[in-house]
Design a protein around this ligand. Structure first.
Ligand code: ADP
Ligand code: AMP
Length: 214
């Protein structure tokens, strides 16, 4: 099963992708997490990606597409995977579709998690992330058991650099300009499914499971 998560930054793609990955035992591949790990480790890729990410822009397609194509060739992806945060532009989606077609493969489901911009601003402002294991919380909606501490690994949670209010507005603009057109792209491929992302985390998950098992 190959799944692409669509939706604005902060819509809940990563939260749901984690739960889907756990249920179906397939890897959750987040390009944002991959870039953040590269920044943390001081790699060449991380150095190139950092300025784009801090400004709320997109990392160039040429740095992103090959990274994902290499990742999905790895052994743990043979029964499927969930992509979260990729593709984010039409050229990325075209390159990815062409690479899959070469192998007679396709994306089974592109799940669009719909959340209006007003809710997104609150979601990103309250998001707290674990810099160690990547777990995500929300100070109000999905709080950790102990304030400011990761449930999984005990690390101190942080507000991501690009979740600051001045960057969030740019990320939303970039989303509407560059990423939202992917909804029609996957609709034309017959893979698009839409869920109401304003519901509780569990209700969104139940909707997604109904789609995948329907
Ligand atoms: P994305 O991966 O799309 O950027 P996240 O999964 O990181 O989004 O979610 C963004 C923020 O919203 C996080 O703080 C997360 O805990 C919170 N969140 C996710 N799903 C829901 C939901 N259904 N209701 C309320 N808050 C949510
Ligand atoms: P995310 O964790 O998905 O919110 O991504 C954080 C940031 O990483 C984005 O704002 C972009 O700067 C960068 N990024 C992640 N995925 C991509 C992608 N597919 N294409 C370009 N930039 C990306």
């Amino acid at each position: 099963m190959k799944i692409v998560m669509l939706g604005a930054p902060g819509a809940g793609k990563g939260t749901q992708a984690d739960k889907i990955a756990e249920k179906y035992h397939i890897p959750h591949i987040s390009t944002g997490d991959i870039f953040r790990a590269n920044i943390k480790n001081g790699t060449e890729l991380g150095k190139k990606a950092k300025a784009y990410m801090d400004a709320g822009g997109l990392v160039p397609d040429e740095l992103t597409v090959d990274l994902v194509l290499d990742r999905v060739k790895q052994d743990d992806c043979k029964d499927g995977y969930i992509l979260d945060g990729f593709p984010r532009t039409i050229p990325q989606a075209e390159a990815f579709t062409a690479a899959l077609e070469k192998e007679n493969e396709n994306v089974d489901y592109a799940i669009d998690v719909e959340v209006p911009d007003e809710n997104i601003v609150k979601r990103m402002g309250g998001r707290r992330s674990c810099p160690n294991c990547g777990a995500t919380y929300h100070i109000e909606y999905i709080p950790p058991k102990q304030e400011g501490i990761c449930d999984n690994c005990g690390e101190t949670l942080v507000l991501r650099n690009d979740d600051k209010p001045e960057t969030v507005q740019n990320r939303l603009k970039v989303y509407h300009e560059s990423t939202q057109p992917l909804i029609d792209f996957y609709k034309e491929l017959g893979a698009l499914r839409t869920v109401d992302g304003t519901q509780s985390m569990q209700d969104v998950f139940d909707n997604i499971i109904a789609i995948l098992e329907g």
